[in-house]
Design a binder for this molecule. Sequence first.
Ligand SMILES: O=P(O)(O)OC[C@H]1O[C@](O)(CO)[C@@H](O)[C@@H]1O
Length: 243
Amino acid sequence: MEVIKVKNYDELSEKASELIAEKLQKLAKPVLGLATGSTPEGLYQKLIEKYKCGDISFKHAQSFNLDEYVGLKKEDPNSYRYYMNEKLFQHVDISPEQTYVPAGDAAAPEKACKEYEEKIKAAGNIDIQILGIGLNGHIGFNEPHTPFTAETHIVDLDASTRQANARFFDSLADVPTQAMTMGIATIMKSKEILLLVSGEKKADTLAQVIQGEVSEALPASVLQNHPHVTIIADEAALSSLKN
Ligand SMILES: O=P(O)(O)OC[C@H]1O[C@](O)(CO)[C@@H](O)[C@@H]1O
């Protein structure tokens, strides 16, 4: 794993946007794996700026998001489809038909999970997958002890994850209890992975991910087994690393 240390969140977002811009410029049909949460928001802003300056285009890109809450309609402001439209898609030239988010509102969720896997495969797999990380080490919504072999599936969200995400909802009770997420195996099929981590709160988790054992108890530790992972983290997030 290559670790790129940056000063702060702004630098993290800029560096990440440069790596994504490079893919958009070099690949004929880039397949992007996208994430939600607070961490990639700065990256999306920087990509919009680069697009507006004419440096990049999403015209030939396809995107696949990591996860979606179960039970929220696409129009719900807390759905990840809504987040992506607001934070990125509606500001750039990506064709809406080329953007995929797991169908958390599907009538037949198991079938929708299988179809999502098929779509990723048909696209030739993800060229670069952006990841954030939860305090408990989750990636996507793969909570601790999710088997590394899991593909896209439905998960019960940990109490700590619902608590962490309650800030976006009116109350904790409104946070969905389930989500549809790419599995660890799905994520690991990506040709390249870009993990973004900011802030001291995640420092202990990140140190474990980089220097600890690979274990299903800490989902992100699986990234040690991937041949092409770049971690961009700020000084605060790297403050618990042991020399
Ligand atoms: O970037 P944040 O808001 O800290 O979230 C971290 C992770 O948690 C999730 O939002 C899910 O809880 C992921 O999508 C994200 O990668």
